[in-house]
Design a protein around this ligand. Structure first.
Ligand code: SAM
Length: 223
């Protein structure tokens, strides 16, 4: 799947995913910069980013495109946030929530300071009412926080900010939820929790071999 910011680039005979670099000349986590057709692209490593893994594993509809307004929960140092920033471009915005100050510092220094469309929010996603910089409704909520109650946290954030008909991409780390349960059963259980809370499930992906015991749910909010 390609959109304005995403390209599949062949390197040594292998198809790699890449994004159009919004911060020319800068890389974020050691990824290669590639020039093609007068543009600069950053290779997007599916072993480092679950969104790239989902695209490699056949995500049918990529909800993040040029101009999308994204609420990103669990930004960490900004590896995936930086690619999302490339894709939404200067007409979109990424509100990046991360409570751990050590990694948030890297997010600010390496990503937000070079990209006007990334707004760091140093907060716990359990307190969505505390995000004073988020304005208006959000098109896409992306959640990757690896917490046992992550689905409930994601739902509370959608209730506060996601527009009706908006999309959530929820990363499920099955071992964070229940180590004793079959990973597939954990994903199904979380999908059912989403359905009970007004989401329609569009696609469920297993992210192996890029991420062991991780799934991703693509779902749509409201009728
Ligand atoms: N999404 C990142 C990426 O692809 O570059 C990796 C995220 S990492 C697996 C999980 C992150 O969620 C950690 O940085 C952690 O500090 C953050 N986190 C954990 N609990 C959180 C919470 N309650 N609210 C927001 N973020 C949280």
């Amino acid at each position: 799947m390609e959109n304005d910011g995403i390209r599949w680039i062949s390197v040594a005979g292998e198809k790699n995913i890449a994004t159009l670099n919004l911060a020319k000349g800068n890389n974020v986590y050691g990824e290669k910069l590639i020039r093609q057709g007068g543009e600069e692209y950053r290779l997007w490593d599916p072993f480092r980013s679950k969104l790239a893994a989902a695209l490699k594993k056949g995500l049918k509809k990529m909800p993040i495109t040029n101009g999308t307004k994204v609420l990103y929960l669990g930004a960490s140092t900004g590896t995936t946030v930086s690619h999302v920033s490339d894709i939404v471009g200067s007409s979109g915005i990424v509100f990046a929530v991360e409570p751990a100050t050590r990694v948030a510092r890297e997010l600010i220094q390496n990503v937000a300071s070079n990209r006007k469309n990334v707004v760091p929010i140093i907060e716990d996603a359990r307190r969505p009412q505390a995000y004073f910089s988020v304005f208006g409704k959000i098109d896409v909520v992306y959640c990757d926080i690896a917490q046992p109650d992550q689905t409930d946290i994601a739902i509370a954030n959608c209730a506060a900010y996601l527009k009706k008909g908006g999309v959530m991409l929820l990363v499920i780390k099955t071992r964070s939820i229940d180590v004793t349960m079959d990973p597939k059963a954990v994903v199904v259980q979380e999908a059912q929790r989403l359905e009970r809370n007004g989401f329609a499930i569009d696609q469920i992906l297993n992210l192996e071999p890029f991420d062991k015991d991780h799934g991703m749910i693509h779902c749509t909010y409201g009728p």
